[in-house]
Design a protein around this ligand. Sequence first.
Ligand SMILES: Cc1ncc(COP(=O)(O)O)c(C=O)c1O
Length: 350
Amino acid sequence: MFKLENLVRPNIRNLQPYSSARSEYQGTADVFLDANENPFGRLNRYPDPQQMAVKNKLARRNGLPRNSIFIGNGSDEIVDLAFRIFCEPGQDKALCFSPTYGMYAVSAAIQGVELMNLPLRSDFQIDTIKLKPYLEDKQLKIIFICSPNNPTGNTIHQADIAQILTQFSGIVLLDEAYIDFSAQDSWLNVLSQYPNLIISQTLSKAWGLAGARIGIAYAHETIIRIFNRVKPPYNVSTPNQLAALKVLEDEASCIRQIEIILKEKIKLQTALNDLAIVKRVYPSDTNFLLVEFTDATVCYQALRAKGVITRNRHRLVANCLRITIGTPAENEKLLSGLLEQQKELLKLNK
Ligand SMILES: Cc1ncc(COP(=O)(O)O)c(C=O)c1O
């Protein structure tokens, strides 16, 4: 049985959160002498600690109450806070399905929490039979599911996620960083059915705002309240809040960019599949392709020498590079680099 009080670490349950000047007085006034700010300048005031304007926009867009939304300094902050809220160092555990996004392991290590890795099956889906015994582990507090997954690019089966949500009495953190590129629905539509579900999204990918560090967690308001108590008071800067508002106000531009990226992805998939040095292009619900080469490291280095940087994921998935979809010109450069490399290899093998 899911019981939030039992999951939250005692020190967090008893935490007296910092009461910032801007959370103590939120109204308008002529004179603000309460936060030791410099009265001169343009960025002299602390930001809104609750990021109300951004939350209002997201609440309206997604048809959700504002108090079910948390804004983090990137979704990496949401992962970090989840560990700090739910996992007692040296005692509790978390679990993820490998290969997956590397920050879960880093945040676990920082918090001194064991992160168990259950390998995905060869089709990159969750092995629910192997997962079963883990669900009984009383020390297991968080399961991370990344869907669509990085670096494999696929969406995790809906039925498997639903099963985990109902059978596991801890927190399920569903990382939907790439959901805006996917034809599949977000789990936001059914958030209210699952009290143990935290959905994390980001403006860093499809929304084109990686530089502004805006991550979003959606969950039941009792969970969001705890995140708000634990976060640093002014965790999202004023310029970043304004940048978030700007992109959210112009969703049409974002949709146009996604359309270009997805068209480019199809073109790139076809062109890559025609190369002899490419063994396989995995299907992708994201803005990147996981590509198996005859020798990934050789291709990575050849591309790097030509000024094209990809991500070598060979250690996670044998002989694979993860390639982000760029502009049409950038993708051309990638392809011509690979073609040149292929010609050189053919010459060597003659
Ligand atoms: C699956 C996944 N989650 C989260 C992030 C980080 O997002 P943010 O920029 O919001 O911290 C990334 C970035 O690569 C990612 O791949």
